[in-house]
Design a binder for this molecule. Structure first.
Ligand SMILES: [Zn+2]
Length: 337
């Protein structure tokens, strides 16, 4: 069965030293300090060590073979977003990363599907780069769950979503710059507590801000099964009903009406939670995802789904149909027959 991993990250092997080029800021660069490994440096600070499967396309295809997964939807690592940079510099970074991913998708059309990144700090530049993303063959974009701590319902982001809908480009919303990060450094809490909350923040903002209401054809996928949104939907709906004066101020529509309008990936690490979200939004809105190649991801690429007692239709939805619909692609584009 065709398997499309809708949530994976990749970097070019070499990154320019943008801090030097622009003369400010802690842009990420790579130090290839030993064979098969590189240090991601943020300014002069060590950020994380990555392995060759973060940049080597052949090695990645090999690693995916053992999990019978043929296609990887690739996007950059959120720490590369550079939304804090001067707009033109943010554009420069975006263009570099987007050109790399577009080339990869062109070189390996059956193995890689590319998502771009945008200088979200400047609406006009972001829309321009979005149009270029379309031209160079990317199928969508990845954006953060907040943009410099502004929520995705802010008016200045609307033209970007509108352009995505018009250009038929998919959107992946990825948690990053987690709320409360500064105050919960111990125990990896930004990743364990902040990330799921960030994704729920993004979904709630887009629902209550009326983005989905105004753009019914916009195709958005939320990473890590939508974070805490679906598990806490009862509370969110109750809040909508008991305090409409606080919640329903920009959009009077019940949040449950949007179930089935957006996608989530399968990264739950828990078959019972997957069953629950299947019931909530349907298998045709759940895309196989892994967060490869990072350790908190589902690095067996949906093996737990394979082992669940699901019928073939449900598996076909999760393994490829939902992703194809989200990306606006046909199966034939990724298979040889
Ligand atoms: Zn990720």
């Amino acid at each position: 069965m065709l398997k499309i991993d809708s949530h994976t990250h990749i970097l070019p092997k070499k990154l320019p030293n943008w801090s030097e080029k622009f003369g400010y800021g802690d842009f990420i660069y790579l130090q290839h300090h030993k064979k098969g490994f590189a240090k991601m440096m943020r300014g002069n600070q060590f950020f994380r060590e990555i392995k060759e499967n973060c940049w080597n396309p052949e090695l990645r295809v090999d690693e995916y073979q053992q999990y019978h997964t043929q296609v990887q939807v690739v996007c950059t690592i959120p720490v590369m977003f550079a939304y804090w940079a001067k707009p033109l510099d943010g554009l420069d970074v975006s263009r570099y990363l987007n050109d790399h991913i577009a080339q990869l998708a062109e070189d390996y059309p059956k193995q890689y599907v590319g998502l771009g990144t945008l200088p979200m700090q400047d609406t006009e530049l972001a829309v321009k780069e979005l149009q270029r993303c379309k031209k160079i063959g990317l199928r969508g974009i990845q954006i953060g769950s907040n943009i410099n701590n502004e929520n995705l319902n802010e008016d200045r982001f609307f033209p970007i979503f509108e352009a995505c809908e018009k250009l038929d480009l998919a959107v992946l919303v990825h948690p990053w710059e987690m709320m409360g990060e500064k105050h919960m450094q111990r125990y990896w809490l930004p990743w364990l507590v902040g990330m799921p909350a960030e994704t729920s923040r993004a979904i709630c903002s887009m629902i209550f801000g009326g983005v989905f209401e105004r753009l019914p054809k916009l195709r958005v996928n939320f990473a890590h099964a939508g974070g805490s949104f679906l598990p806490t939907l009862g509370r969110i709906v109750h809040g909508f009903e008991c305090r409409p004066d606080l919640v329903a101020i920009d959009n009077p529509v019940d949040p449950r009406q949007y179930l089935g309008k957006f996608w989530i990936d399968s990264v739950t690490h828990d078959p019972e939670l997957l069953r629950y979200v299947m019931k909530m939004i349907g298998t045709n809105r759940i895309t196989l995802g892994s967060d490869y190649p990072f350790p908190l991801g589902d690095l067996e690429i949906g093996k737990f789904i394979e082992e669940m007692d699901l019928d073939q239709e449900a598996k076909a939805d999760i393994f490829h149909r939902a992703a194809l619909e989200w990306l606006g692609m046909k199966k034939e584009e990724l298979t040889n027959n």
